[in-house]
Design a protein around this ligand. Structure first.
Ligand code: ATP
Length: 585
């Protein structure tokens, strides 16, 4: 059973279950004592009845204490289970490859970690132990009842087929409902997470109404499903009560007749009724097990689906490879497609140590994709990436990624403080001097001194409290502290005003020293001084060389530059120097 595979139960659970079983067994004995007491002729004067009474009280107290201890141990294990399942899921998720996330919504995944884990826990530490103790109570009770009077017992036995008639079809219906409810709940979580994360975009696009309409639709769907769910329980409960009532009346009528016939004692009939009252709950629990199982199956299927996803391969060999510096990268015949859409075909690029290499091409040409392949966020369909001639597949993934630092137009800022961002992902915490140095180099000193809490100031979700330039300089400071071999600049000076751009450029200049630079850019100022430029066009490298060489010999590149130059000139961002350095334009 998949549910069991998800869970690793500790010994406290088994101790708790054992205590609960003992408590159930004691519960089976109690009515027998009552029968014996009632059947004695002179109940309150007989010493035998007093001895029965004192034993009865002892058993009741013992049963209560043992049951409480059992319940506590099982519930405690339940809480640990929730934590374990959440931990297992989050650990697995964080190690899944990027293509998995391309097809998922983060809100839905959060729902798996937070909500579905609770269902599984309830099943394992609530439904299953109750089922086991109920089974023991029921079997024990029926054995005693059969020994007391088998004919009367047969009447009570009727409850099973009657209950099954109701719960099996409802259980199947419940499973379908649960799958839909869990999906609906995760959709709802997704909308809330998404809209709050992008609250500025929501307001500026005046999309409040859209978000609320979408939210309302999902909310109504969840409400309808929940009502249906409640209706199932609302139907089950009274039907079960009706079945019980009919059976009690039958036992009373038939038992009363037997007492009149003197073939049954009043004590036996009383204990029968007590047993019946006592066993009705466990029988219903056994019947409900199927419904609960079906309900959990839906949630577990979703969790197992995630756990079946293959994580990224971190360690390829048994130990990390020792590769001597300086590092140079080469990309050979790289092909890549997103699903069936071919994006790169037979791409060849070299990144010699300590050189600045630029990749240019129009929007959608595949520049970011190429960098994502180089950093192994995606795996190529064919071709290879080599580090000093060694195939990347032979190198441990974390060793590989530790070589790269990124300064990007994408927002790589995490919630927390500036300090949290500076040390994010660093294996060894930097000293105060190193932090101060990074701040100075990234041109952040003046900004930080204006903050009340300095480096411990909160930056807001995704760095909302920072300007675009400050966010980029924070990434530069982080890259400085990481001290990578390859620095990836992804349009690092885009969307900034002249002053901000100057600060970022100065900071970059410092942090680029001694590094191999991989620059992806549309803007000429970023790439013009590159040692080599690779021009991506029509899914492959159409040409390569210095800026001047390409301008002279590749008409397509010349057109591309002209277009970019015109665009940036219109937006007023490109510097005059760049315009002057474009021979032939
Ligand atoms: N995760 C993805 N799933 C499917 N298609 C994608 C994905 N990411 C990018 N693409 C597609 O792949 C192509 C190349 O995208 P890529 O982001 O690499 O281009 P780019 O040259 O970096 O563009 P830009 O300069 O506009 O950032 C585009 O057509 C894009 O729509």
């Amino acid at each position: 059973m998949k549910v069991i595979r998800l869970i690793r139960l500790k010994k406290f659970f088994w101790v708790g279950l054992f205590l609960s079983i003992i408590s159930s067994v004691l519960g089976v004995i109690v009515p027998l004592y009552i029968k014996n007491i009632i059947d004695l002729k002179n109940i309150f004067k007989s010493t035998l009845s007093l001895s029965f009474l004192s034993k009865l009280v002892t058993i009741l107290v013992l049963q209560t204490v043992i049951s409480a201890m059992g319940n506590f141990l099982i519930s405690r294990e339940g809480e640990r289970q929730i934590a374990d399942i959440r931990n297992l899921l989050q650990t697995h998720l964080i190690h899944l490859p990027i293509p998995f996330f391309d097809n998922q919504e983060s809100g839905q995944l959060s729902s798996r970690v937070i909500n579905d884990s609770v269902l599984v826990k309830n099943f394992i530490t609530g439904v299953v132990p109750e089922f086991i103790t109920s089974l023991i109570t029921t079997i024990g009770t029926f054995i005693v009842l059969f020994l007391l009077d088998w004919k009367l017992s047969l009447l009570i036995f009727l409850i099973f087929p009657l209950d099954a008639l109701i719960t099996i079809p409802l259980g199947n219906y419940e499973e379908k409902l649960t799958v839909k409810s869990q999906k609906s709940l995760s959709d709802l979580t997704g909308i809330v997470t998404e809209s709050l994360r992008n609250i500025r975009a929501v307001k500026l696009s005046e999309a409040e109404e859209n978000v609320l309409v979408k939210f309302g639709k999902k909310l109504r769907l969840l409400y309808k499903l929940s009502v249906k769910n409640e209706a199932v329980y609302a139907v089950i409960s009274p039907i079960q009560s009706l079945v019980s009532f009919v059976l009690i009346v039958s036992v009373l009528l038939y038992g009363g007749y037997r007492v009149q016939q003197s073939t049954l004692t009043i004590g036996s009939l009383t204990s029968f009724l007590i047993y019946f009252y006592q066993v009705i709950g466990p029988i219903n629990t056994i019947a409900d097990f199927y419904t609960n199982y079906k309900q959990t199956k839906g949630a577990v299927a979703k969790i197992i689906e995630i756990l079946h996803e293959k994580p990224e391969k971190y360690i390829v060999g048994s130990s990390k490879l020792k590769i001597s510096k300086p590092y140079s990268l080469s990309v050979r015949n790289l092909c890549f497609s997103y699903d069936k859409k071919m994006v790169l075909e037979k791409v060849n690029v070299d990144f010699p140590a300590k050189k600045k290499i630029a990749i240019v091409g129009s929007s959608g040409a595949g520049k970011t994709t190429l960098v994502n392949l180089i950093t192994r966020l995606y795996n190529p369909n064919a071709g290879s990436i080599m580090l000093n001639g060694i195939d990347s597949k032979k190198i441990d993934l974390s060793q590989w990624r530790s070589m790269f630092g990124v300064v990007s137009q994408e927002n790589y800022i995490i919630s927390g403080t500036i300090y949290d961002n500076l040390v994010f992902g660093l294996k060894n915490l930097p000293s105060n001097d190193e932090i101060n140095n990074a701040i100075k180099i990234a041109n952040l000193s003046t900004f930080l001194s204006s903050l009340r809490r300095g480096v411990h100031e909160i930056v807001g979700e995704q760095g909302l409290k920072l300007s675009g330039g400050q966010r980029q300089r924070l990434q530069i400071a982080r890259a400085y502290l990481k001290d990578p071999d390859f620095l990836i600049l992804d349009e690092a000076t885009s969307n900034l005003d002249a002053d901000s751009e100057k600060k970022v450029s100065l900071a970059l200049k410092e942090v680029m020293k001694g590094k191999t630079i991989i620059a992806i850019a549309h803007r000429l100022s970023t790439i013009i001084d590159s040692d080599k430029i690779y021009f991506l066009d029509n899914k492959t490298i159409a040409a390569s060389g210095t800026h001047e060489q390409l301008l002279r010999s590749v008409p397509k590149y010349r057109n591309f530059v002209k277009e970019q130059f015109l665009k940036t000139n219109i937006s007023g961002k490109e510097s005059k120097n760049v315009g002057r350095s474009l021979p032939g334009l």
